[in-house]
Design a protein. Structure first.
Length: 347
């Protein structure tokens, strides 16, 4: 099938102190997040000079993908658009139309299913096409890749490197962004019984642990942001570190399996809060690197592209999990798939 371009679709992040508040207001618009919560999260960004690393990391990843496309002889320009901050996806798709793009693939910067991880990107696609108008390019979103061999190999090697810095009895802990329990129960088509997001996170964790040869590990969550009366997936990583300390664990390696790059949630919640808690308790701590800068990540993206442009066979390590997430023009990949019960808040 013929495609004219690739749209790299991401979350977005501020690139200066003045950007932080309007960015957070974009993220939380219509969700009733109290100003004091925005004040708290704003300070996380200001701790890093008002700059999230996500836009820079996306640009670096795009450059690597462009180089890999060239190396593999695939002629496909790459455009960059965000949901919440510049370059905004609406502007990017408008530029694509002006450039003569009629049909494009879309790479969302998430490996998983679920509302925030997948369905919300479909909503982005639907919204930006409506904003551009009736001549908007056809947009085909690439599938979820949580169990792709290159994704697992990258995390496995990074996990080995982190564990090598710690005592042999260090505990391996995988972490991903928490979501409301109700959202996870609605993740996937109703016929699956829900839990697509948490099940995929657990499966990716199992695959990495098996590749590294670690028989016992934990899967926990991080970065919850919502009213305390609404249940979210738990335990939280900081609470879990305290629990491990109480059990006599002296060292912990934390693998952010739910993230493809060092989002602010990674560098704040793990490199600051979790690391500081471990230090406070006298525990050795190491954080596993995310795949973004690994050459295999660019190879993975190009392989996903070639599934469409050349019809190559998709590679998956978990045959029991349905290949999902590939959608056209923002339509869900299955009826009622990942229907939002209540939109998760992710400031």
């Amino acid at each position: 099938m013929s495609f004219d371009a690739l749209l790299w679709l991401s979350f977005g992040g501020p690139e200066g102190p003045a950007d932080v508040r309007p960015f957070l207001e974009n993220v939380t618009r219509g969700r009733g997040v109290p100003p004091e919560r925005l004040d708290e999260v704003e300070q996380h960004y200001q701790h890093f000079g008002g700059v999230s690393p996500i836009n820079r990391l996306n640009r670096e990843a795009i450059a690597a993908v462009e180089a890999e496309l060239t190396a593999q002889g695939v002629k496909l320009p790459v455009y960059f658009g965000n949901r919440n901050w510049h370059p905004m996806a609406e502007e990017t798709v408008g530029t694509m139309l002006a450039d003569g793009v009629h049909r494009a693939l879309v790479f969302p910067t998430s490996a998983y299913g679920g509302y925030s991880a997948c369905r919300q990107y479909d909503e982005d696609i639907e919204r930006v096409r409506a904003a551009v108008g009736q001549n908007a390019p056809e947009l085909v979103k690439l599938r979820q890749f949580f169990d792709h061999p290159l994704f697992i190999e990258s995390f496995a090697d990074a996990t080995r490197e982190a564990l090598a810095t710690l005592p042999e009895d260090a505990r391996l802990v995988f972490t991903a962004h928490s979501v409301p329990v109700s959202a996870d129960k609605a993740a996937g088509p109703p016929s699956e019984g829900g839990g697509r997001y948490s099940k995929q996170v657990e499966e990716a964790s199992r695959l990495v642990a098996a590749a590294v040869g670690v028989p016992e590990y934990d899967v926990v969550w991080q970065s919850r942001s919502g009213p305390p009366q609404i249940p979210w997936l738990d335990p939280d990583i900081v609470d879990h570190i305290e629990a491990l300390h109480a059990q006599g664990v002296a060292a912990v390696a934390v693998c952010p399996i739910g993230f493809v790059s060092d989002h602010l949630e990674v560098i704040w919640d793990l490199d600051n809060e979790a690391a500081e808690k471990a230090q406070e308790l006298g525990m050795a701590f190491a954080r596993v690197a995310t795949p973004n800068s690994d050459p295999r990540f660019a190879q993975l993206v190009v392989e996903l592209i070639r599934e469409h442009t050349e019809g190559i066979e998709p590679r998956k390590l978990s045959p029991g999990f349905t290949a999902a997430g590939c959608t056209v023009n923002g339509a869900p990949c299955a009826p009622l798939c990942c229907e939002p019960v209540k939109r998760p808040t992710r400031p």
